[in-house]
Every structure is written in structure tokens, then in C-alpha cells.
Design a protein around this ligand. Structure first.
Ligand SMILES: [Zn+2]
Length: 448
């Protein structure tokens, strides 16, 4: 029997689903601070820091997105991809500027991507920031975290002393890119969120000391456990499987690894990857344990920036092959092609590689999919608002159709990273049109 819930991976991303009109109080506060910062006001900042959350920030006014240019081309493209995905989905009328463009004039209500090691704007602000971050290190509050998989999501209070800045929403992380999938970490309800490869690690808020400086006040650390590592070599290089150290190895542990390896190899073969990056796979004994540690109750989810995936051990272990093929695709595609431009193509590629969704093969879904939104709608926010059992198989069938039309390479080179607004040009670059793809998909779904 195949568990029907397999592949249920939908996070509860922090993106607010309904953007409320600006609230008067915050508008007033923001305006006051912006005027102060903009006019080079030198008086020290005083008074308590309001615990403004990312959701509050995004609801208060339309943001301007600021991307980063200090990394290499691949890193910059990945940072930009994260920012562009959210802009297109939620704030299509907002603009996206580079850190260099933003440095000459502060954009309104900035949402900044990348820490001081990748974002030139943040590098210039670093001497006055209430945290320290580089590619291998995050110091905030009383924490000193070393490693390349820490992420920080916070609304930074405005600062009027040099280097001054307005209030901003910051998505930053250690590592060469630091912001992979960062939009989906947490629910946006915390003024400060520090996350690691498992998920939220600390939440907190900014407080002002008597001398006017701002410091993070963080709550207790989320629960973390010790792991027992088993490494396995294969077509995807050496993969590290991590099991909770406090549990004895299950009788079918070796079979479980075999099943996962088959999924990983399936992804490497389908994506025709020559030198896939090494992955770490965390195997949680059950959904409750996975949710307790990661905050995510899905059967599997990927952390592309850390090249890690979390899965729940299942019986029979054979069901893990398609789950790992799906989740590994998110990581391998991110490493090879960058961030998906739309959830439609990101999930579609993963469903196509795994060849199934929810225990049913794509061939079966072709017969039973039924009513589904148009391709144009699915490129936008409708995708995440559509039931997963419709959205995911539709996406998989779309990618399957596109691969048959133009080939895998054209799909991953042109369509995978395209956003709704660049979609038509991407289709032309891939040697087809959006209409041709949609017509081919419609023919596939036609029932006699
Ligand atoms: Zn997925």
C-alpha cells in the first residue's frame, strides 16, 4: 500500500496572503524615521524599539526589493532569484534594485537580501549593525554561531547616526549565497528569527540600551539533538545519512538508505548532472519528531542552500525513492540552475523527476487530474492557493510536456528560472511559445 500523504511538503511560507493597507501608527513611525535618516539627522536614537515583524513590515507599505552584487555571478543570480520570486508573486508593482543602486538613494520601505559579505549596502552599514555576519559566522545577541547555514530574518530598526539607514526588512545568511529559500523560513511573526539547517533556532526582538545602541534579545534555543552519521557512496557522490543518535539503528536502515539512494540517483540521471554536490539527508523517525525539530510536518523538505534534506522514515522503505527524488531535485536544481523563477517550475521539475505525486504516477494523474487552473494563472500566486493535489501533478505534467517539446536542457536553462513576466521571452528562447506548451498540455489531458 502506498501512503497517500507522501510528498505532502507544503510549508506555511511567511508571505502574507492578504496585504493589508498601511496602518496609521506605523506609517507615522516610518515617516518620522525616514525623514530623520534622509536628512542626516545626527541626534541619537532613543526610546523603545517597536517589535515590528516581517508581516507587519510588508503589510505597512509596498516595499522596494534590494538585491546583492558582491558575490560571484552564480551567488548574485541566486540572491536575485529569491527576491524576484517574492516580488513577482506578491508585489508585482514593486521595483527591484541592486545594492549599488540603493546605496546612492535609499529606496522606499526596503526589503534587503544578503548580509554584509554579499550585499554592498549592508557592507557599508556593517559598522553600525547590531549583529556581525560573514560567510562563516553570525554573531547576534549573546550568540556566536559558526557555520555556513545560519539565516537571519529581521526587521532592522532605523538608525539615524552614521552609517544611517531607514527601517528595513532583512533576509541574510552565512554561506556564499545565504538566502536560499529564506522566504519560506518561519511565518513572519517574529521581529528577529535566527534559523539553522533544521529551521527556526531562536526568535526575539531588538531592545535599546541606555546609550541608544540596539541589541538582540533572543529567546531560548529550539531543541536540537545529536546525530549518528552513515555515509554512502553512489552516482551522486558521497551522501551523508544522519539518524538520531539516541535511537538504535532500525532493522531496515540499510534498505532505507538503498531506497533513498535510488531516488537520489534517479534525480541525477533525469537532470543529467555530471558532478552533483554532496548531500546530507536527515532521517526523522516520524512526522512528530520532524516537526518538533524543523517546524515542518511534511514528509520531506529540502534546504537547498545547505544541500540538506529532511525526510520521515516510512514503511515500506521503497516509498522513499520517489520522495528523495523529488526533494533532491530541489537541491540539485538549485545548485545547477539557481533559484526557480516560479513555484510552478520549481515543483513541476521535482514532480517530473520523481515521476509521481502522492503515490500516483504522472501517467495516472494524466487520466485523473480533472479541472486545473490555466498555465498563465499557475505562473502567479494562484499556484500556492491551489490544492497541492491539483497544483503539483499539474506542474509535473507541464514540465513533462515542456521537456517533450523542447528537451530537458532548454527547460532547465530557460523556463525553470523564468518569472511570470519573463515567461514569454523564456519560451521563445527555449524554441517554443507559452500557447504551444499550453495546447500540448491540454491535448495530454484530453480524455477520449
Ligand atoms: Zn517540492
Amino acid at each position: 500500500m502506498i501512503p497517500a500523504i507522501l510528498d505532502k511538503e507544503r510549508n506555511s511560507p511567511m508571505w502574507p496572503t492578504d496585504i493589508r493597507p498601511p496602518r496609521r501608527l506605523w506609517t507615522l513611525v516610518l515617516t518620522t524615521l525616514a525623514v530623520c535618516a534622509g536628512s542626516g539627522c545626527k541626534s541619537p536614537d532613543t526610546g523603545p524599539v517597536l517589535p515590528i515583524t516581517p508581516n507587519d513590515f510588508l503589510a505597512a507599505a509596498a516595499p522596494t526589493f534590494v538585491t546583492a552584487t558582491l558575490g560571484d555571478d552564480a551567488a548574485d543570480a541566486r540572491v536575485r532569484g529569491q527576491a524576484e520570486l517574492v516580488r513577482e508573486l506578491l508585489f508585482p508593482k514593486s521595483t527591484l534594485v541592486t545594492d549599488v543602486e540603493a546605496a546612492s538613494t535609499w529606496p522606499e520601505h526596503p526589503v534587503v537580501y544578503g548580509g554584509p559579505h554579499v550585499n554592498a549596502l549592508m557592507r557599508d552599514l556593517a559598522p553600525g549593525l547590531p549583529f556581525v555576519m560573514d560567510a562563516a559566522h553570525l554573531a547576534i545577541g549573546d550568540l556566536d554561531l559558526k557555520g555556513d547555514s545560519y539565516q537571519l530574518v529581521t526587521v532592522l530598526p532605523a538608525r539615524s547616526e552614521s552609517p544611517s539607514h531607514p527601517e528595513m526588512l532583512l533576509y541574510a545568511g552565512t554561506g556564499p549565497v545565504g538566502v536560499a529559500e529564506i522566504n519560506a523560513i518561519g511565518r513572519g511573526n517574529d521581529a528577529i528569527l535566527v534559523a539553522d539547517v533544521f529551521g527556526p533556532l531562536h526568535t526575539g526582538r531588538w531592545v535599546r540600551a541606555a546609550d541608544g545602541t540596539v541589541k538582540a534579545k533572543l529567546g531560548p534555543a529550539g531543541r536540537r539533538i545529536a546525530w549518528r552519521d552513515v555515509s554512502r557512496a553512489g552516482a551522486a557522490g558521497t551522501t551523508i545519512y544522519r539518524f538520531p543518535a539516541e535511537l538504535a539503528a532500525a532493522a531496515d536502515e540499510s534498505d532505507l538508505i538503498d531506497a533513498a539512494q535510488r531516488g537520489l540517483e534517479q534525480a541525477v540521471v533525469m537532470l543529467e548532472m555530471k558532478s552533483p554536490p554532496p548531500l546530507t539527508i536527515y532521517v526523522h523517525p516520524d512526522v512528530r519528531s520532524k516537526q518538533a525539530l524543523t517546524g515542518n510536518a511534511g514528509d520531506g523538505h529540502a534546504i537547498p542552500g545547505a544541500r540538506a534534506l529532511h525526510i520521515v522514515a516510512r514503511s515500506p522503505v521503497s516509498v522513499l525513492t520517489s520522495l528523495v527524488a523529488h526533494e533532491a531535485t530541489h537541491i540539485l536544481a538549485y545548485a545547477a540552475y539557481g533559484a526557480a523563477g516560479t513555484p510552478l517550475l520549481g515543483e513541476g521539475l521535482a514532480v517530473w523527476v520523481s515521476g509521481q505525486y502522492g503515490g500516483g504516477s504522472l501517467d495516472n494523474w494524466e487520466q485523473s487530474l480533472g479541472k486545473h487552473p490555466s498555465l498563465r494563472d499557475m505562473l502567479g500566486p494562484i499556484f500556492r492557493k491551489t490544492a497541492e493535489r491539483v497544483a503539483y501533478p499539474s506542474a509535473g505534467l507541464l514540465v513533462k510536456t515542456a521537456v517533450e517539446l523542447v528537451g530537458r536542457e532548454a527547460v532547465t536553462t530557460h523556463l525553470y528560472g523564468a518569472t511570470a513576466s519573463t515567461w514569454d521571452a523564456a519560451c521563445r528562447a527555449a524554441g517554443t511559445t507559452s500557447d504551444l506548451i499550453e495546447q500540448a498540455l491540454a491535448r495530454r489531458l484530453e480524455r477520449p
